[in-house]
Structure formats: structure tokens, C-alpha cells
Design a protein around this ligand. Structure first.
Ligand code: FAD
Ligand code: SF4
Ligand code: SF4
Length: 458
């Protein structure tokens, strides 16, 4: 008999007032009893609709059934058949928009907590990586080591290819390493997942910026049969307002990289980070929430400035709630128009204007317009700009035949096959900033296309 409890089994989290002073993980995960209780809520539906909500098609009812029976290792084995990074996805997938959005239990009450159960299996199950028996001797180059590249590399490796990842930074993982903070995704978890992928045979070379250290053409000359570009969308957008180049103004990307990759918050690291009295983060997405919550832990009063209302915020509801619990103040329907500087060129305050909401466009997004005469000032000695990112143009500009659209996203005919023969791409480099699991789904699709392409050449 399934457990007909209408709500998800609660997962313990650190209290907001405590956690805003530490970098430990906020959500603590299920115990075995809690996981079994939640697993028993699954109805094991015929044609389980939840599976089609997952971009890598994790066999959800099967793995949940194993958790219910107490077979955690088997549950993890099932997840790993299609998902290279289960401990990451169980933590950061926006499940409410993906697998859980299609869960039948969600029609009356809350969906099954698929993400929490996936995290439980990944944290407690054991599954040795399968090392491919035969190596076909064909080398594939993968650019970038974010989730899309890792997923593509692992699948290619399992097919028998020799996969070599080239990563520009000194550590692999992409946004998982440099963007998402420790308190949402501990770096030890990311490193364990990457170690597993290396054990399966993938080679990762860091400090290798393709387009500078070597070009894509040089990779082909070196004998790589195909190239996958998973270079992400790490180029920050700015607002173009006066004062944006003042001292104390950061892109969210730089601020988060200093903290996550360069460990600026730790005494034993030399990376500088500005300690502020008043931090303002501009934007309403997950990146803005992460930057604000990091700034809170560094110290000071933190405000989020967003030009629409909370309902329109693109960030996950859970992240908004966590930010509020940690004492972050939201200045909504507010748009910055100028960053004011002091006599030393440091940011000092932001002049803002109040906004009013108008009608919704064809995507349901409501327009906003400024309310004249409503200008006011907000104190800010640190300003963090989180208004989106674009793909870096380096690979496009150094690879003949590789085309991008006007927003810098690589053009593909089917989501992964680029305009240059033998070059495939996926993840944020193609879609613009999206999600970990969508990037992984593209990596998997590209692995299949690369295999077809190579077989077509033989
Ligand atoms: P990335 O993760 O960006 O990785 C690209 C890698 O390529 C980087 O390591 C980069 O250094 C490397 N690279 C770039 N150019 C070159 C080159 N020329 N040569 C060699 N290497 C190169 N998504 C979620 O699903 N849930 C979340 O909670 C979430 N939170 C986020 C929080 C933040 C702060 C940010 C920035 C993003 C967040 N996202 C989240 C989005 C998600 O992280 C991305 O959609 C995902 O990481 C994209 O994966 P990717 O592999 O395409 O690129
Ligand atoms: Fe859901 Fe993400 Fe797991 Fe897929 S990988 S089942 S979308 S939590
Ligand atoms: Fe279980 Fe929900 Fe999937 Fe049905 S839709 S199999 S209840 S997780």
C-alpha cells in the first residue's frame, strides 16, 4: 500500500539565523527512515509521466522502489545508468519545473520528492564506475568541464572513445565549482562526482583555454576525431548605467568566483573580498540569490534590488524563501538608474526609481515602466550585478565555420550539431544560461550524435 500522506516528507535544514553565519550545507538530506517513508508515496504509475520531465530520463519509479526496499546501492545504480552527476542533480535541479512537475501525486497535494530521494541514493549508495572493456582508439576533444561536458564525456567514454576534456580554469566542474555556493552544493560532492567520471577513463586537463592555448583546428590536427563545445555562458551582462565601473561594483560572476573557486571567505586563502556595510545585489534570478546569500555570509546588510514584483522573480521559490530567512531585504519594483561614487571613486549609493507593472506579453511576463518623480537613494558600498550572462565569443572568433546568433549562442541544427563539420556543442553555450540538467541532457544527446558522426566516417 502506498503512503497516502499528501505532503512531501520534510527534510531538515539549518536554521536561517544560524546558517547565515556559516558556509555549511543548508539542506541536510533525508535519513534512511525519512527516505523510505517518502519513497512509499510513489504510486509506480504505468508510463510514469515523471520520467519525461527529466532531461536525462532517470528511471524514477524504479530507483524509488529500490529505496523503499532498502536497496540504496541498487537505487544509485539505476540513476547512474542515465545520470552522471546524481548527487549534484539531487541538490540543484529545479525539480518543481522538471520531473516533479509531472508527478501524479502533485495533482492532489505535493509531488513525490524525487530530487531529495535522488540525493539520498547518491549520498548513501555505492556504485563503482564501469570502465569500458574495449577502447576504440578514437580520440574526442571536449571543451569545458561543466555538467554538459562531463555528461557528454562520460557517455562517449562508455562507448569506447578516448575522451580528453580541456578546461580553462584550474579546477574542473564549471558553474558547479565556481558559481553555485558551498552551502547549496558542497565542493567535496562535486569533486567526488568528477573523480568517478575520471575513474571511468575521462582525462581532464585544466588551465587549457581552447582558442588561446590551442585552437579547435589544432585539436583536429592533433588527431581528435570530433570536438564537443560545452563552454557555458560565463560572460556577464551589465546594465549600461553611469557608475558601473566604480570600485566596489562586481559582476555576480566575479564575486561568486572569488568566493567559490578562489575561497576568498577563508582565512587560509589570499583572495581578497570586500567587507561591506551595505551590499546591493541587482537582479531576481538564482544567481542574484546566490550572490546575496554569499555576501550575507561575508558580512554586512544585504539588499536585492529587482524591477518587477516577487511573483515575476525567475529564482526558485525555495531560494527566495531561504534568502529571506537569512535576513536579506528585497527592494521590489525598483530599478537602479545610477551608481553614485565618493571622492575616491568607490561606490557609495545607488539612485533608483520605482516601477509599476503593466500588461503581460505573449510569454506571460508583465511589462514594467518607471514612475516619474519616484527617484530615491539606497546606500551601497558594494554593488553586485546579476542581470544575466552570455556565451564567451572566444571559440566562435577562433574557429572558422562556427556560427553564433546575435546573443552569442552557438547555432546548431538539432540542438547539438554546429555549423562546423565535426564540431558539436550543447549546454549554456547553445541555449544561453539555463539549468544543470538541461546542459547534461544536451551533453548526452551530443554523445550519440558524435558516435553517429564518427561511425559515418569509418
Ligand atoms: P558551465 O557550467 O558554464 O561550464 C563551462 C566550462 O567551460 C567552464 O568551466 C569554463 O571555464 C569552461 N570554458 C569556457 N570557455 C572555455 C575555453 N575556451 N576553453 C576551455 N574551457 C572553457 N542550474 C540549476 O539547474 N540549478 C541551480 O541551482 C543553478 N544555480 C546556478 C547558480 C549560479 C551562480 C549560476 C551562474 C548558474 C546556476 N545554474 C543553476 C545554471 C547552471 O549552473 C548552468 O546552466 C550549467 O552549469 C551550464 O552547464 P555548461 O556545462 O553548459 O556550462
Ligand atoms: Fe529530476 Fe533532476 Fe533527477 Fe532528472 S536528474 S529525475 S530532473 S532531480
Ligand atoms: Fe511515482 Fe510520481 Fe512518477 Fe507516479 S509520477 S511514478 S507517483 S514519482
Amino acid at each position: 500500500m502506498p503512503n497516502m500522506q499528501s505532503e512531501k516528507t520534510k527534510m531538515k535544514i539549518q536554521d536561517g539565523k544560524v546558517r547565515c553565519n556559516n558556509w555549511d550545507e543548508v539542506a541536510l538530506g533525508y535519513t534512511e527512515d525519512e527516505a523510505k517513508n517518502e519513497a512509499a508515496r510513489c504510486l509506480h504509475c504505468k508510463n510514469a509521466p515523471c520520467i519525461s520531465g527529466c532531461p536525462v530520463n532517470v528511471q524514477i519509479p524504479d530507483f524509488i522502489g529500490e529505496i523503499e526496499k532498502g536497496n540504496t546501492d541498487k537505487a544509485l545504480e539505476i540513476i547512474k545508468e542515465t545520470n552522471a552527476l546524481p548527487a549534484v542533480c539531487g541538490r540543484v535541479c529545479p525539480q518543481e519545473k522538471q520531473c516533479e512537475a509531472r508527478c501524479v501525486r502533485g495533482r492532489k497535494g505535493e509531488s513525490v520528492a524525487i530530487g531529495r530521494l535522488e540525493r539520498f541514493a547518491a549520498d548513501h549508495g555505492k556504485k563503482e564506475e564501469v570502465i569500458p572493456e574495449k577502447d576504440n582508439g578514437i580520440k574526442i576533444a571536449v571543451i569545458g568541464s561543466g555538467p554538459s561536458s562531463l555528461s557528454c564525456a562520460r557517455d562517449l567514454c562508455a562507448m569506447g572513445y578516448k575522451v580528453h576534456i580541456f578546461e580553462a580554469l584550474h579546477l574542473p566542474g564549471g558553474v558547479l565549482e565556481y558559481g553555485i555556493p558551498e552551502f547549496r552544493l558542497p565542493k567535496e560532492i562535486v569533486r567526488n562526482e568528477i573523480e568517478n567520471i575520471k575513474k571511468a577513463g575521462v582525462i581532464i586537463e585544466t588551465n587549457a583555454v581552447i582558442g588561446k592555448t590551442e585552437s579547435v583546428d589544432e585539436l583536429f590536427d592533433a588527431g581528435f576525431g570530433a570536438v564537443y563545445i560545452g563552454s557555458g555562458a560565463g560572460l556577464p551582462n551589465f546594465m549600461g548605467i553611469e557608475g558601473e565601473s566604480a570600485n566596489g561594483v562586481f559582476s555576480a560572476n566575479e564575486y561568486l568566483t572569488r568566493i567559490n573557486l578562489m575561497k576568498a571567505y577563508r582565512e587560509d586563502y589570499d583572495t581578497p573580498i570586500k567587507k561591506s556595510e551595505n551590499v546591493c545585489v541587482i537582479g531576481g534570478g538564482n544567481v542574484a540569490m546566490d550572490a546575496a546569500r554569499c555576501a550575507k555570509r561575508v558580512g554586512g546588510k544585504v539588499k536585492i534590488i529587482y524591477r518587477r514584483s516577487e511573483e515575476e522573480m525567475p529564482a526558485r521559490r525555495e531560494e527566495i524563501m531561504h534568502a529571506k530567512e537569512e535576513g536579506i531585504v528585497f527592494e521590489l519594483l525598483t530599478n537602479p538608474i545610477k551608481i553614485n561614487i565618493d571622492e575616491n571613486g568607490n561606490a557609495d549609493s545607488i539612485t533608483c526609481i520605482k516601477m509599476s507593472l503593466g500588461d503581460a506579453d505573449e510569454n506571460g511576463r508583465r511589462s514594467v515602466s518607471p514612475i516619474s518623480g519616484s527617484e530615491f537613494g539606497i546606500k551601497a558600498d558594494t554593488v553586485i550585478i546579476a542581470v544575466g550572462t552570455s556565451p564567451n565569443p572566444l571559440l566562435k572568433s577562433t574557429t572558422p565555420g562556427l556560427e553564433s546568433d546575435k546573443r552569442g549562442r552557438l547555432i546548431t541544427e538539432d540542438g547539438v550539431t554546429t555549423t562546423r563539420k565535426g564540431v558539436f556543442a550543447g549546454g549554456d553555450a547553445v541555449t544561453g544560461a539555463a539549468t544543470v540538467i538541461e546542459a547534461m541532457g544536451a551533453g548526452k544527446k551530443a554523445a550519440k550524435k558524435i558516435d553517429e558522426y564518427i561511425k559515418g566516417l569509418l
